[in-house]
Design a protein around this ligand. Structure first.
Ligand code: ZN
Length: 380
């Protein structure tokens, strides 16, 4: 292994342990992080995920890897409830709504000084890649059609479930929570994955459909990420990321779809998941009404302060938002900003190589005031 690249370790959800990181190709890293469903504004939970991965990517670059990074936008999927329902309520088209909130998200992330992904792909603009992946799964006999829709038979792959390692009962419970259509009579098994959802004969006019070999319809959420990952990064990737809540069913489905179509294992060598952000004792979520918006934080605090607050929590741990901590972060970055100096990055490297320990790296930065470390962590 080239000098300086050795010994980075990262927790891998697939192996359930901290693994030594070794990329599939020398000095190159491919990374895919599941993006937003754009029908609402960016909250701190989103920012925690994307800034944690931003820190990982910046650190990999510091370690002289060439990083290719894809993030997607789920601007269309098989669900009736999110974007489509919101657009219907507002009496605008789904694409207008999606473009508006995607632009807002990008504005918020830019304000937080994130590195723009190499490929930022909208599902609605990459339908062909999904259709051809579904075709492959049909040809391999893993997928089947039912009433013009296409489903993946999860029982055809005996390693299905290897990422989440959940019992069938837990899978069914979670699938229900995620509004997977487990009671769909066209499915052979309740956990089968919807790859293509055919247009319904009495479908309301606000629901769009796309042409395909299987007839008019729209792709399932899970197949989108398998298709756009392969399209932009190839059949096997180094790191696949997202929030912990995506492990099942979304990431489990991606594995079975991607490995099922290519026969190449693993689809992603390292599965990296970020913890959830809580506020007022509950997970930050729209349904609980406890969202903290990035844009409102940035009205009162600097981008460096918000980034500091995020990186002061280890990416894998759940944490509770506390505005007092953000105010203290503001003071810390203001002191640092005018007092940076040159120095060694040796200790920083040791800390970050240990499963990206950004909280410790910030403590070190406060002591060392190292300009290079400040830059690598994405402060400006
Ligand atoms: Zn995804």
């Amino acid at each position: 292994m080239p000098e300086g690249l050795a010994f980075m370790k990262i927790y891998n959800t697939l192996t359930k342990k901290i693994d030594v990181f070794a990329s599939l190709r020398p000095k190159k890293v491919s990374i895919y992080v599941c993006g937003i469903t754009p029908y609402d504004t960016t909250h701190l939970g989103h920012a925690f995920t994307y800034i944690s991965f931003d820190a990982l990517i910046r650190y990999l670059k510091f370690k002289r890897y060439e990083v290719t990074y894809t993030q997607n936008v789920t601007d269309i999927n098989d669900r009736d409830g999110d974007i489509l329902e919101r657009a219907r309520q507002q009496n605008i088209s789904w694409s207008t709504l999606a473009t508006f909130w995607t632009d807002k998200f990008l504005g918020d992330m830019k304000a937080l000084n994130w590195i723009q992904p190499t490929h930022y792909l909208k599902a609605s603009e990459n339908i062909d890649s999904m259709v051809s992946l579904i075709q492959k799964l049909l040809a391999k006999g893993i997928a089947y059609t039912g009433n013009n829709s296409v489903y993946l038979d999860v029982t055809k792959k005996n390693d299905y479930g290897k990422l989440s390692r959940l019992t069938k009962e837990r899978m069914l419970k979670k699938a229900k929570e995620f509004e997977e259509d487990i009671d769909n009579p066209d499915k052979r098994n309740p956990l089968d994955i919807t790859l293509w959802k055919a247009i319904d004969s009495n479908q309301p006019s606000h629901i769009p459909s796309f042409d395909s070999l299987f007839g008019k319809g729209r792709p399932g959420w899970h197949i989108e990420c398998s298709a756009m990952s392969t399209l932009s990064l190839g059949e096997q990737i180094d790191i696949h990321g997202g929030g912990t809540d995506l492990i099942f069913p979304h990431h489990e489905a991606e594995i079975v779809q991607s490995e099922g179509s290519t026969g190449k294992i693993p689809f992603a060598k390292y599965w990296v998941h970020t913890g959830q952000v809580f506020y007022k004792g509950e997970k930050m979520s729209k349904s609980k009404g406890n969202l903290v918006m990035v844009s409102s934080l940035l009205e009162k605090y600097s981008s460096n302060a918000v980034r500091w607050l995020i990186l002061s929590h280890h990416y894998r741990k759940r944490w509770e938002f506390d505005e007092e901590k953000l105010a203290r972060a503001q003071n810390k970055v203001e002191v640092l900003e005018g007092d940076l100096r040159d120095g060694s990055e040796e200790e920083f490297t040791k800390i970050m190589d240990n499963d990206l320990d950004t909280p410790k790296a910030l403590e070190l930065l406060l002591r060392s005031k190292n300009k290079r470390v400040y830059d690598v962590l994405g402060f400006r």
